[in-house]
Design a protein around this ligand. Sequence first.
Ligand code: HXC
Length: 295
Amino acid sequence: MFADGLMKGQKILVTGGGTGLGKSMSEAFSALGAEVVIWGRRGAVLDETAREIGTATGGKVTAMAVDIRNGGAIDEAMQAIFDAGPLTGLVNNAAGNFISPTEDLSPNAFNAIASIVAAGTFNTTVAAGKRWIEAGLKGNILSIVTTWVWTGGPFTVPSAMSKAGVAVMTQSLAQEWGPKGIRANAIAPGPFPTKGAWERLMPAPLAAKTGAGTSADSIPLRRMGEHSELTNLAVFLMAPGCEYLTGAVIPLDGGQWLASGGNFHSLSALDKDDWGTIKGAIQATNAKDRETRTA
Ligand code: HXC
């Protein structure tokens, strides 16, 4: 779809770049000639991804273990990146989420998600933006949100609230930073299965009971998204050639949100026992991930 070397000369930071959609986007940018920096919480996973992409594409991929819940760590790591040469683009991809009845969420549960998706995305964006502005450089921001920014997100309220905030940040900065040469756009993906999201949004006990995460009946195009379809749109937004596009939040969901909301309203059918089983499965996933974090 794209010409070889399309992204040569670009240097792009992808948060949450070690796995899932972040890894796929990093690989696509690298394959087209961009230098890529990936951030994530698990150093060993990041190192492995950087090695894997670098070997596949021959490009430069740098892994940095940065937890975007930590504002100080963000600023320090961003300074180290710019010291080696400024970024041309930032992809805000890192996220956290799990399904739960909202009345069961503690302040800590809200913070576990909002501190990544809302505060972490904001702090990373400002850390890059202020350096672009100070140096008089152009910049390009892409944030990954969800279609819940239009429909609301029952059973995922902290994520939906935070993602809606990121969508509004996108529209706000397109106006505020546009005169400084900085663009901001967002993609709102529908179902693109990844391990991190699916284990928390469609944990095995839920899939077994309701078929959630396995059926494409609610999607007009009758299938899940392919990672390459998301990376193609990300490349289009980050590559030279669409410099007049800013402030857009683009759905990429096979038409799902228009047809069905694309959210978890159907989980109202679950009872307390179901939620207990689901919570146990999600927390087992979180505990396993925590063991492999270095930052
Ligand atoms: C109720 C829960 C819970 C559950 C955790 N908590 N799971 N409450 N139901 N199922 C509560 C805990 O009791 C605790 O509060 C607090 O949340 C933090 O829990 P931890 O287990 O310590 O969580 P933590 O290790 O911080 O991990 C949470 C996380 C994790 C950071 C959000 O899930 C994570 O690392 N996720 C990264 C990957 C990911 O989630 N990807 C999905 C992105 S999908 P108390 O009060 O007890 O201390 C996405 C949108 C997709 O963003 C859109 C698709 C269409």
